[in-house]
Design a protein around this ligand. Structure first.
Ligand code: COA
Length: 146
């Protein structure tokens, strides 16, 4: 298994779009391909690969010199619950730290809140709706990263 940064607009990026659509949009009756993805070329895309197939994806979007937003966190269904999401988030935290960011923020699906709590993210908001489902704002100060 290999975790690495993938180039926007590459073949690996195309694979990541399929994974994001399958895990994060189709189950909600939505399509990622109806969204405007133009600004994603400025983001940091992190992929997990097994035998050249993408099985995990995570995007970091810089919001300010100090803060980066983690989004589109998804692991292929048949690989969930095996620690891949944890490894991917830790890798992303290291990348964010190396690039000088001090804080990661994210909008967590209610179902994924226990996953982020285990990685020491704090809940910052009341419940709100995004893509039609309940979410919470969460964050982590990178100085507490392990
Ligand atoms: C959420 C997700 C990224 C987690 O990745 P993963 O590889 O399945 O998670 P891990 O195997 O690293 O799990 C780490 C811990 O979090 C827990 N966890 C993971 N997903 C969970 C969930 N949905 N509910 C409760 N606990 C969860 C695991 O049980 C595990 O706990 P343990 O260490 O005590 O065994 C993945 O399950 C996924 O893609 N889910 C569907 C899409 C989604 O909800 N993405 C997040 C959007 S904010």
């Amino acid at each position: 298994m290999d975790i690495r940064i993938i180039e926007p607009l590459s073949e690996e990026y195309r694979q990541s779009l399929e994974l994001r659509d399958n895990i994060l949009r189709k189950p909600l009756g939505l399509s990622l391909f109806n969204e405007n993805l133009d600004n994603e070329v400025n983001d940091i895309h992190i992929g997990v690969f097994l035998d050249c197939q993408i099985i995990g994806i995570l995007i970091l979007t810089p919001l300010s010199p100090d803060t980066v937003k983690m989004r589109q966190v998804a692991v292929r269904e048949d690989f969930q619950g095996k620690g891949i999401g944890t490894r991917m988030v830790r890798f992303a935290e290291e990348i964010a730290k190396k690039q000088g960011f001090k804080r990661i923020v994210l909008n967590a699906r209610k179902t994924a809140v226990p996953f982020y709590r285990k990685l020491f993210y704090d809940i910052l908001s009341d419940e709100f709706t995004e893509v039609g489902i309940p979410h919470y704002k969460m964050s982590k100060n990178l100085s507490q990263s392990i």
